[in-house]
Ligand binder design. Structure first.
Ligand SMILES: Cc1ncc(COP(=O)(O)O)c(C=O)c1O
Length: 374
């Protein structure tokens, strides 16, 4: 069976993990976490990066940092992972579901104005598949609304939009190092803090509401409870795993690029002849090769396609189930028909196996299985 995803080892992971264990320093913010944060900060050219236990937790921190609560509205795409929305709902804020563009499957900036109200406090674009959202328009609407932008950049680490790194447009951005992401430590994430005024409080929220970070830097002689917060610090064992991956950035991205480009080349004629659409990457977007998806004509064809691949030993996956029509989304007023592109794409989309270790022979098996689908 060719799996949908396989976490790729880049080389030095086991050495670093052994070293972290040998130092008897495995809790958070140890040397490996520090070096990972430094690499991310340099790569993104930003104020501060704080490693977290997941992207979900980084999103939760963003909701706390922006003081979102009841009476506040947060505009989110319906076509996303549940955490993009749940983080704000947990604080009592109301999600307002936006539709996506039919071409990139990113937040449709042309419809945002209609969703803005006096209560809009945040807009959360997701750079789907690591292809940048139209950030000038989104930032402009947010500024006019007096709202903050939080980029959910779970797919987009080291991608750019008009030459600027994804994750550096909003006041805050979040990253994921979950097993399925380009760079992984199993479960992990980061909060990217682009607004210097939010850094100190972000450190506090991540450290259970204490000023322990200042204590560790010798800035106070004891630490104490100063705010709300939770336990969002990543262990240094996972930091060691992550550092090995981040140091192999070029190799990992090149391998994923080769896989992505081979799919695009080998499938374009097949897709064009069958009304199947391949991913669109606008020329001003440098993508991350996070995923390769196909849009089949309809749900029936998509189901048959996944079964066809499964019978030939290839695991393909689909996502996302629209959030606005989910049981929870309906409680916030979501109705079928509110986000027509999301509803259609959710029935059509299928993701092909894509991981750094997918070798040419196995990938050709996937491609041949696809070619055999009529
Ligand atoms: C767009 C998006 N946001 C957030 C997350 C949550 O990431 P994590 O598993 O690191 O919490 C995911 C995970 O797949 C995602 O795809």
């Amino acid at each position: 069976m060719i799996p949908f995803n396989r976490p790729a080892l880049a080389g030095r992971e086991l050495d670093y993990i052994k070293d972290a264990l040998a130092r008897s320093r495995v809790s958070g913010d140890g040397p490996y976490c520090r070096r990972s944060e430094a690499l991310l900060r340099e790569g993104l050219d930003t104020e501060r990066v704080l490693l977290t236990t997941s992207c979900t937790h980084a999103l939760e921190m963003s909701a706390m940092l922006l003081d979102l609560g009841p009476d506040d509205e947060v505009i989110v795409p319906s076509f996303t992972f549940v955490s993009t929305v749940n983080a704000y709902v947990l604080r009592g804020a109301k999600p307002v579901f936006a539709d996506i563009r039919a071409d990139t499957l990113n937040l449709d900036e042309s419809r945002l104005d209609q969703l803005v109200t006096k209560r809009t406090k945040a807009i959360v674009p997701v750079h789907y598949a690591g292809v940048g959202c139209e950030m000038d328009a989104i930032l402009d609407i947010a500024t006019r609304a007096g709202a903050s932008v939080v980029e959910d950049n779970a797919h987009g680490l080291f991608g750019t939009w008009r030459g600027k790194p994804l994750g550096t447009f909003g006041r805050l951005a979040t990253q994921s190092f979950h097993e399925t992401k380009n760079f992984s430590c199993g479960e992990g994430g980061a909060l990217v803090v682009n607004d210097a005024t939010l850094v100190e409080r972000a450190e506090i929220l991540r450290e259970k509401g204490t000023n322990r970070s200042r204590f560790l830097r010798g800035q106070v002689d004891k630490y104490t409870w100063v705010d709300i917060g939770s336990s969002y610090v990543l262990s240094d064992v996972l930091g060691a795993l992550l550092l090995a991956q981040l140091e192999a950035r070029e190799a990992i991205q090149n391998r994923r690029r080769r896989v992505w480009e081979r799919y695009a080349k080998e499938l374009s004629a097949w897709a064009a002849a069958r009304d199947v659409r391949l991913p669109l990457v606008p020329s001003h977007c440098e993508q991350t090769f996070h995923m390769f998806y196909l849009l089949l004509p309809n749900l029936e064809r998509r189901t048959a396609f996944i079964e066809h691949l499964d019978a030939r030993g290839v695991k393909a996956a689909f996502h996302y189930v629209p959030l606005h029509t989910s049981p929870m989304g309906r409680r916030f007023g979501g109705r079928a028909g509110d986000c027509p592109v999301t509803e259609r794409v959710s029935d059509q989309l299928v993701r092909l196996p894509l991981y750094a270790d997918l070798d040419e022979a196995d990938q050709m098996k996937v491609i041949e299985a696809i070619h055999a689908f009529e």
